[in-house]
Design a protein around this ligand. Sequence first.
Ligand SMILES: [Zn+2]
Length: 286
Amino acid sequence: MSPKKEEKLAPNPNAGSSIVRYQTLEEEDIGAAVEDAGRAITGRWDPPQGESVLRVLPARPGEKVIVVAHMHFAKIAGLEKSVICNCPRLMEDKPCPLCEEFMRLSGSRSKADRDLAYSVYRVQPRGTLNILVRGQERKGVQRWSVTKARMDELLALRRGKGGGDYSNPTEKGFDLILNRTGTGLDTEYKLMTDRTCSPLVVNEDGVYDEEKALWLIQNQPDNRVYLETPTYGEIEAMMRGETVERRSGGSTGGSERRAYTPQGRTVGDAVDDRRDGGPSEKDIPF
Ligand SMILES: [Zn+2]
């Protein structure tokens, strides 16, 4: 741990030493926090203004660090609520009424129609990943929802010179720094790497705490709940302003935890997934 980090992290009130460098996680606290995060569909991290230091968790084996959904955020005139849902065309190769509307409007001679197609009916990818926010470790694992621009940055930091596999939970991994400026439509983000390598979680002596790291990795929320996609009929109902109940609430489950390895799946695997037929830029038509 660098002296720089020392300032950012709250002291551990339970430690008897004066050279505490980290707020360690208590299993009961993080257990409750993770359970809550697993239940809450909207339990996402809202980056505050200024600088945040965060750590991306590796995924459980067989799962992805960044779970990508292709979504509509259709603010349809006359409807109280936007139609926000996954796109069955891009997620499941099934017909989608919102995409049909996109195609109809984008083929129009009217520029207003074509603008409407893009602003209301287009598909946008959204990624979800699990993070620890430094200084807020006691809140447990938090979900971070990212746009395509942020995903591109995350992958660039993984591949680029000076970057690397930041989600590695051992001393080989490192934190990321997210700087948020502006509000509303003027919000801008800048993502960079913390140059100091550090473990996901350390013990009282500042050394990688493998047991706690594995616990966090194993018990983190399962973001595959965001892959749930409505049917054609359900989207049509939403486009008429009707409320459609989610078919499943999604749960991290208690008894079906998978086996894990010390490394878990890392961002490197996510990159491989994209290369090997996972969602990539060419899959995003709009
Ligand atoms: Zn669609």
